[in-house]
Design a protein around this ligand. Structure first.
Ligand SMILES: Nc1ncnc2c1ncn2[C@@H]1O[C@H](COP(=O)(O)OP(=O)(O)OP(=O)(O)O)[C@@H](O)[C@H]1O
Length: 356
């Protein structure tokens, strides 16, 4: 199926109008995205939105109902035609590591090189273990390793056959927050060093942002936005993405001009023009970092909630019944519940949606 296909584009991975699911029901509906060579993409979304289903289709474990999947310009999935998983040159790393308990670390990694033999194989295994900083544990068994170390072995094993693409299915979710953050950055470095592309499945947006070049935000089997992390945060395509990605909430406003909205926090001006008529009622996205403390300001909302988080404190302020929002101030700015605090809006981006 792959050998005679005509190269179509420079993308590494192209997913065009993909629909797939289980039995008669479509879980993933008509999604499209493309990944460049060497890039790390992410499928981000709430539980049950179809992330793992897409991964199964990419891996070749799930036949597709509609659309196509192309890898290196060769079609690997079409309705009624699925290239077998072992022929795809795609590696997988799972949440539960899936290591062989009776094999040493070196043998687990060597399993990814089952067609190779002798000293060359051992050299290659040791190179891979060095890459994931586990060369001293080559002769240990999985149960003697921490969760983070086991996940490094799983990565080395997946990298061994030199795959074109690696699929990472919530690989860090069994690890504690600190290790999770460190390992995700390590894995990014390793993939970037080798120039290997990957698709990460996660519902942790910090992880998605730290590790990935492009992120798909999914809802009910549909892609809401496929974009770089910066744009997802600052230029969300719709209300769902705005709420799902990052902190923040909406306050009511009225359109004064293409880039200007009147709100209870004053006139907010942004960097994009909207086509709404003046007077249109909208909801304006306010991120915690859009608000600054300003002793000179006449705007004085009251503190209704306060969450201390070490270097910063998250405050929830109320201007009126309709206008509540959150801000993140350095924690030495210590206000008490009920206190009226002078603030002003300092936002470069004006994100608003028409009120429905
Ligand atoms: N083997 C299966 N047979 C039937 N339905 C399934 C199967 N696996 C998943 N589903 C359904 O498909 C939908 C998407 O599941 P999927 O596992 O892709 O979600 P997910 O986004 O990866 O969720 P999570 O973050 O909880 O892992 C869910 O409604 C789920 O119940």
């Amino acid at each position: 199926m792959t050998d005679n296909a005509t190269p179509k584009t420079d993308w590494l991975l192209e997913v065009n109008n993909l629909s797939c699911g289980y039995g008669d029901g479509s879980v993933v509906k008509d999604i499209s995205f493309a990944l460049s060579h060497g890039d790390i993409g992410c499928l981000l979304g709430p539980s049950g939105c179809g992330k793992s289903t897409i991964l199964r289709a990419l891996a070749g474990f799930l036949p597709i109902y509609g659309g196509e999947i192309c890898l290196q310009s060769h079609t690997i999935s079409l309705p009624g035609r699925t290239l077998a998983p072992e022929k795809r040159k795609i590696g997988m790393v799972f949440q539960d590591y899936a290591l062989f308990p009776h094999m040493t670390v070196a043998d687990n990694v060597g399993f990814g090189l089952r067609n190779e033999r002798g000293p060359d194989k051992r050299t290659k295994v040791m190179e891979l273990l060095k890459l994931v900083h586990l060369q001293d544990l080559a002769d240990s068994y999985p149960h003697e390793l921490s969760g983070g170390q086991q996940q490094r072995v799983a990565l080395a094993r997946a990298l061994a056959p030199e795959p074109t693409l690696i699929l990472l299915d919530e690989p860090f979710s069994n690890l504690d927050a600190d290790l999770r953050r460190r390992l995700s950055l390590d894995v990014r470095d390793i993939l970037k060093t080798l120039g290997i592309s990957a698709i990460l499945v996660t519902h942790d947006q910090q992880e998605a942002f730290a590790m990935c070049d492009q992120v798909a935000v999914l809802r009910d089997g549909e892609i809401q936005q496929w974009d770089v992390p910066f744009n997802l945060y600052h230029e969300p395509a719709n209300r769902f993405v705005a709420s799902f990605v990052g902190q923040g909430g909406f306050i009511p406003g009225t359109v004064l001009g293409p880039d200007t909205i009147q709100s209870e926090l004053g006139v907010i001006r942004g960097n994009r023009a909207y086509k709404w008529q003046n007077g249109t009622l909208v909801d304006v996205l306010i991120r915690p970092d859009d608000i600054v403390y300003d002793p000179e300001s006449g705007l004085k909302p009251r503190v209704v909630e306060k969450t201390f988080a070490g270097t910063s404190t998250l405050y929830r302020f109320r201007m009126s019944e309709e206008t509540e929002f959150e801000t993140l101030f350095r924690s030495h700015l210590d206000f008490h519940l009920g206190e009226a605090v002078p603030i002003r809006v300092e936002a470069d981006h004006l994100i608003a949606f028409e009120r429905t």
